[in-house]
Design a protein around this ligand. Structure first.
Ligand code: SF4
Length: 470
């Protein structure tokens, strides 16, 4: 276990100065680098090779794209409908995809992680969710022991206390609940009205030992319209009192030209960048004072949580769901727009429902684009993961894993890091870099220095395609 500083210093001036667009590094290279030259054939080759070269355990992601009504802040790829019949044609294709994916992977590879995300996974009825589980069992080796991490994103508006029991019986032992903000004014402004009492009752029910739910995670968003310090402090207080194991606090990025639902937000309801920054400071201070450990980027966890232990042990990894403790798994993603990570490749399914249906109906998988990593990508991914997850980068292990001399290979990056060192975001300590307490909120800025694709795009004069850092 390395000695890891869990302190975070919130410096509003510094955060304001570094708040430019930047990737979230749920992958490296980021999705911007995915291309159509990588398709189903390339993915299948990577999957088959993963069985023989390095048969890791599996992680499976199931994407459910439907939501009953649009939350105005949402930037996700989803389909808004109240017509639950639309689940049927989707499930037909999903089952075919699961059969075809299952045929690619050896049954000896157990599924350590299973995650249902969306959209709204609980848009599916209990019977439909059970059918997806059964289809998974036909094709993959699911685990039933407590060591599994089987999670589902819950929209508390669609899940009663009784329904939670059904989900637990199906095999889910982790849940994450969307809260965003309990304040009624904010809820109206973002078109997501959900009763705090029902949400808190649901969290309380997860503690029922009979359900054997090991971990509860809550999502909050700061920077939403009509938010203010007083009401957000109340939301934080209620959430902390419920003591979820993990809290994710995401930044709201107002980009109505990219995300149509955001056009419905009234301009006069938006808060200023300074107010948003104040809410971030409030969130970090309140959660850390309440005993939560800041994991990095946007996640907080109780000291007893696996994420904290993994961060201390240096085994934490960043993935499409945020942070994960299972660095060793190959990730198979099924459903429209989902992204797999198998071996040294990323592969994304068709992003629209008609295209996803068309590809599955044609008899194959639905991989539409992706990327196979070059040795330089693998090296930089390792560096960026270390910075974003361990908050410390030791040159020696990187040199051993990739056969380079760190200070020679990254001479330009180490020079460029100078101003960030002066601002005390990062410290050079012999053959290592450490993200400082002041730099914890800005670790993306340090990681960005090692992103070769970002540098190339900037040199070519391309417009940044990422949201702001905070
Ligand atoms: S925030 Fe979640 S529930 Fe709301 S529209 Fe987006 S995906 Fe659907």
């Amino acid at each position: 276990m390395n000695a890891l500083s869990t302190t975070t210093i919130f410096d509003a001036d510094l955060v304001r100065r570094y708040d430019g667009p930047g990737p979230r590094y749920t992958s490296y290279p980021t999705a911007v680098q995915f291309h159509a030259g990588f398709g189903t054939a390339e993915y299948e080759a990577a999957a088959r090779e993963s069985n023989s070269r390095d048969p890791k355990p599996l992680s499976i992601y199931v994407h459910v794209p439907f939501c009953e009504s649009p939350c105005f802040y949402c930037g996700c790829n989803k389909v808004i409908t109240r017509d639950h019949e639309r689940a049927k044609p989707y499930l037909e294709r999903l089952f075919l995809e699961i059969d075809r994916q299952g045929a690619l992977f050896d049954k000896s590879r157990a599924v350590d992680q299973l995650h249902f995300g969306g959209g709204t996974p609980t848009f599916f009825s209990d019977e439909e969710l059970a059918a997806v589980f059964a289809k998974m069992r036909e094709n993959f080796t699911l685990r039933d022991d407590p060591g599994r991490e089987y999670s589902i994103e819950i929209d508390p508006r669609t899940v009663s206390v009784e329904r939670l029991e059904v989900l637990a019986k199906l095999g889910f032992n982790r849940v994450s609940l969307g809260v965003q903000d309990f304040d009624p004014d904010v809820q109206v402004a973002v078109n997501r009205v959900q009763s705090p009492e029902e949400t808190l009752a649901l969290i309380a029910k997860t503690r029922d030992p009979a359900l054997q739910i090991d971990s509860v995670s809550i999502d909050l968003i700061y920077g939403l319209p009509r938010q203010n310090r007083t009401t957000f402090a109340k939301t934080l207080e209620r959430v902390i009192a419920a003591r979820p194991d993990r809290i994710a606090a995401y930044s709201y990025a107002h980009l109505p030209h990219l995300f149509k639902p955001q056009k419905q937000i009234k301009l006069e309801d938006l808060i200023t960048p300074a107010e948003k920054l104040g809410l971030l400071g409030l969130t970090v201070e309140t959660l850390t004072e309440a005993g939560y450990v800041y994991i990095g980027m946007d996640h907080f966890a109780l000291p007893t949580d696996e994420l904290v232990r993994a961060q201390q042990a240096g085994t934490l990894q960043r993935n499409f769901q945020g942070y994960s403790t299972r660095a060793e798994c190959d990730l198979i993603a099924v459903g429209v727009s989902s992204i797999s990570k198998v071996g040294d490749t990323y592969a994304q399914n068709a992003k629209s429902l008609p295209e996803y249906y068309r590809m599955i109906d044609a008899g194959g998988l639905a991989v539409q684009r992706g990327v196979a990593l070059e040795p330089d990508d693998r090296l930089r991914r390792d560096v960026i993961q270390q910075l974003m997850c361990a908050t410390r980068l030791e040159f020696g292990p990187i040199e051993a894993r990739h056969g380079v001399r760190f200070e020679e290979y990254f001479a330009a990056e180490l020079e460029a890091i100078g101003p960030l060192e002066k601002d005390d975001l990062v410290a050079r300590e012999g053959p290592s870099l450490r993200i400082t307490a002041r730099g914890r909120l800005l670790m993306r800025n340090v990681a960005m220095l090692f992103d070769a694709h970002l540098k190339k795009a900037a040199t070519a004069g391309a417009q940044p395609r990422f949201s702001r850092v905070v």
